[in-house]
Design a protein around this ligand. Structure first.
Ligand code: AMP
Ligand code: MG
Length: 366
């Protein structure tokens, strides 16, 4: 592979401290030389959610060893790195500051250019890194903090077609798992538990079903699950089979919401872009869910659109997607300056359109 650019990526926007080395060849193909992610699940377990201060401190402590591990695994050193790409937003401000400060120090010490990258762009471009998908395409980005349908026109041009108006689906998985006594992260726990459950036993809602557009809502689903769980508890301790049925019912509701709204998003993409997409890419942590993947794949097969979902380790937060994004958008001589600021909010679609999030309820994420 004739190497065009070798990029060190750094990610610390939430609760994964990650570093990766990715190469982009002259023909645009990607070579992932290493991707190391150190999760903080154990540090936050007792608190029932991510504690931003604890996350930031843990990033500050681990960034250098995780980066060294990424360089060692790639059998390379900073000398051979052409660019350092770092997540500059959106995310938890403490973690972003830790990553951005670390990248600045590394760049200054090694005399290398560095570039602040949008974490959401990282997720949205992952399908290009893993499957060489060509622009333009439709993506559903569904993670612990975000959910939106985007027409990806280029590496720096996105059209938001719709998204969640309240919780992110990963957040709904996590909170719902906690409500029914399952482990964190809730997504994999619910998926596992749902395998032997009956998805039709509980009548859980499909919020915004039948409404025009591809906006979604997940917070009422969580409340309905809590009510169903409370009702069972009033009759005695829930059995394993009760919990499996609740998990299966919840997962099926998410499947149904995604399928209906993906159908609408395919149509909206057609209207906005003048043609239907060649590819529908499913990305973000929730894209690790096999049942949701299968259902969206079936929908795409019916619509004659190619369905792409990255390998699981590139669905959840990782630094390979950040390095890749750096490689896609970097123009020599146009790196970030040392005045680069971390941005807790950083919408992908830069048009002056009102935020979707908060039209359902007020929330800290966008
Ligand atoms: P991210 O924010 O992209 O790092 O993704 C993390 C989120 O993805 C968490 O909310 C997880 O619960 C969720 N997630 C991870 N694996 C799965 C899965 N198999 N099914 C559903 N959600 C998942
Ligand atoms: Mg993410």
């Amino acid at each position: 592979m004739a190497t065009f650019l070798t990029v060190l990526g750094i990610e610390s926007s939430c609760d994964d401290t990650a570093a990766a080395v990715v190469q982009r060849a002259a023909d645009g193909t990607a070579g992932i030389r290493s991707s190391i992610a150190h999760g903080q699940k154990d540090l936050h377990r007792d608190y029932g959610g991510i504690v931003p201060e604890i996350a930031a401190r843990a990033h500050a402590v681990r960034l250098d060893s995780v980066t060294q591990q990424a360089l060692d695994t790639a059998k390379t050193s900073l000398d051979d790195i052409d660019l350092i790409a770092v997540t500059a937003g959106p995310g938890l401000i403490g973690g972003l500051l830790a990553g951005v400060a670390f990248a600045k120090g590394l760049a200054a010490g090694a005399g290398k250019p560095f570039l602040g990258v949008n974490h959401l762009v990282g997720h949205a471009l992952t399908a290009r890194m893993t499957h060489g998908v060509a622009f333009p395409y439709l993506t559903l980005l569904a993670s612990g903090g975000h959910c939106q349908f985007l027409a990806v026109r280029s590496a720096d041009s996105f059209l938001r077609l719709g998204g969640t108006i309240d919780d992110a689906p990963g957040e709904a998985f996590d909170k719902s798992a906690r409500l029914i006594g399952l482990d964190q992260p809730g997504g994999p726990a619910i998926e596992q538990c749902a395998r032997c459950g009956n998805p039709n036993r509980f009548a859980l809602p499909r919020p915004l079903s039948g409404r025009k557009g591809c906006s979604m809502s997940f917070s009422g689903l969580k409340t309905a699950l809590l009510q169903a769980h409370t009702k069972i508890q009033a009759e005695g301790d829930p059995t394993d089979s009760d919990i499996s049925d609740l998990a299966a019912g919840f997962q099926q509701a998410i499947v149904d919401i995604f399928v209906e709204k993906s159908c609408a998003a395919l149509e909206m993409y057609h209207q906005e872009m003048g043609e239907k997409p060649n590819v529908f890419a499913f990305c973000g942590g929730v894209a690790a869910n096999q049942t949701i993947r299968q259902n969206l794949q079936t929908l795409c097969a019916h619509s004659s659109v190619e369905f792409v979902a990255p390998p699981l380790q590139y669905c959840t937060d990782n630094a390979a997607m950040i390095a890749w994004t750096g490689a896609e958008i970097y123009q020599p001589g146009q790196s970030s300056g040392f005045d680069l600021k971390a941005r807790p909010r950083w919408p992908l679609d830069e048009r002056n359109i009102p935020p979707l999030l908060g039209s359902g309820r007020k929330g800290p994420k966008s």
